[in-house]
Design a protein around this ligand. Structure first.
Ligand SMILES: Nc1nc2c(ncn2[C@@H]2O[C@H](COP(=O)(O)OP(=O)(O)O)[C@@H](O)[C@H]2O)c(=O)[nH]1
Ligand SMILES: [Mg+2]
Length: 357
């Protein structure tokens, strides 16, 4: 039957049909309908009536919001990051990544993996949440840890990935109805296209022109505002939410700039976070931001967040050609770095330094 709350969220009655919604303690993941007595394992959000993932993904969840201007590379990055986690990086970390609901499986295949990884087509621009409500991708990441003198144990993390277009953040209406999760984010991955920074394009004007809403500092300021609402911090206090800021598409940067640099090297893959490498990349990206007249972004993050880290990634590994992935295929470079850092922050990945701990 038609569900009014879901219809309101979707902005249409199409697809807004649901069995009756009722409140229940939901222990063991099931409950009986008070009206007809039928038992159900389906759960919906009490606010918007959107379906929730099954109970096995319940705890402990971390919401990672992925934010960036239009064209920053968000969708491409999500496609590649998830694929890396399910394959190479998953193997390295002894981690499995499993979708928590059928919609996630279906959407990942249809909107991300099939077009980009199989058909090698660039992804279409993400529609605004106002016209097509955004559903998150929800995964359970489970890591087996082997400590030298302790028993093997599994640690799990529900990873909730939202792909948010920067332009959605300017409308309070859209923010209130569709982007409430931003307030609840446990971590933010903020993607910045270096070619949009004034100094990086070297002569060519940034593609977005002078739309202030697509400027990285304005987008991160909107997110900061949302986070402050939940945390209730005073303006002078730093927010405790870790923020990973990644320059995307670093394959387009002039090669002489990257040669023999930390960013250019590959990360040594050993199932730990190499803290020396982390420091080197962080310093290099900071230097690039300042060189490209985006030092303000660095300063702002330092003022607002107690923990933020800078990254440089390439999801594709090379420039696309004619609307398609380049001839070498998708060859990600350091795409997993921001997530590894977050896992380290969440206590799920050890950090090491060359000189011992
Ligand atoms: N050279 C290069 N281009 C990229 C990369 N990732 C994305 N792009 C380009 O950036 C465009 C926008 O990417 P998309 O993921 O759709 O951005 P979104 O709007 O933030 O979701 C794509 O069409 C690609 O042409 C990358 O790693 N390298
Ligand atoms: Mg997109």
């Amino acid at each position: 039957m038609l569900d009014d709350k879901l219809a309101e969220y979707l902005g249409s009655t199409a697809g807004a049909s649901l069995p009756p919604v009722f409140r229940a303690p939901g222990r063991k993941g099931r409950a009986d309908c008070p009206a007809c007595g039928q038992s159900t394992g389906s759960r919906v959000c009490p606010e918007c009536h959107n379906p929730l993932p099954s109970a096995y993904c319940d705890s402990p969840g971390r919401i990672v919001a992925l934010v960036g201007a239009k064209n920053a590379g968000k969708s491409t990055y999500i496609a590649v990051l998830l694929h890396e986690l399910m394959n190479r990086v998953g193997t390295e970390l002894d981690a499995s990544l499993v979708a928590c609901d059928d919609r996630t499986i279906e959407r990942y295949k249809r909107d991300f993996a099939r077009p980009l990884l199989e058909e090698r087509r660039l992804l279409p621009t993400t529609a605004s949440a106002a016209t097509s409500p955004r559903e998150p991708l929800v995964y359970l990441l489970t890591r087996t840890r082997r400590a030298r003198f302790a028993k093997e144990r599994n640690e799990s993390l529900a990873l909730v990935l939202f792909d948010t277009a920067g332009e959605d953040l300017r409308s309070r209406e859209v923010r209130d109805l569709h982007l409430r999760y931003l307030e609840a984010a446990d971590a933010v991955i903020f993607l910045v296209d270096p070619l949009e920074l004034p100094g990086a394009a070297a002569g060519t004007p940034p593609v977005a022109g002078d739309d202030p809403d697509s400027e990285p500092i304005n987008i991160i300021a909107r997110v900061t505002e949302a986070l402050r609402q939940r945390h209730g911090t005073r303006p002078g206090d730093r927010l405790p939410v870790p923020v990973a800021v990644a320059l995307t598409k670093i394959d387009v940067l002039r090669p002489e700039m990257l040669r023999q640099s930390a960013l250019h090297r590959s990360r040594g893959g050993a199932g730990v976070l190499d803290l020396d490498d982390r420091d080197a990349v962080d310093a290099q990206v900071r230097a690039l931001l300042h060189e490209w007249q985006a030092g303000q972004l660095d300063t702002y993050l330092g003022q607002q967040y107690s923990e933020y880290a800078l990254f440089g990634v390439s999801a594709l590994g090379g420039p696309p050609e004619d609307g398609r992935v380049g001839p070498g295929g998708v060859r990600p470079h350091r795409a997993e770095d921001p997530l590894l850092w977050l896992l380290h922050r969440f206590g799920m990945l050890d950090g090491t330094r060359a000189g011992g701990s």
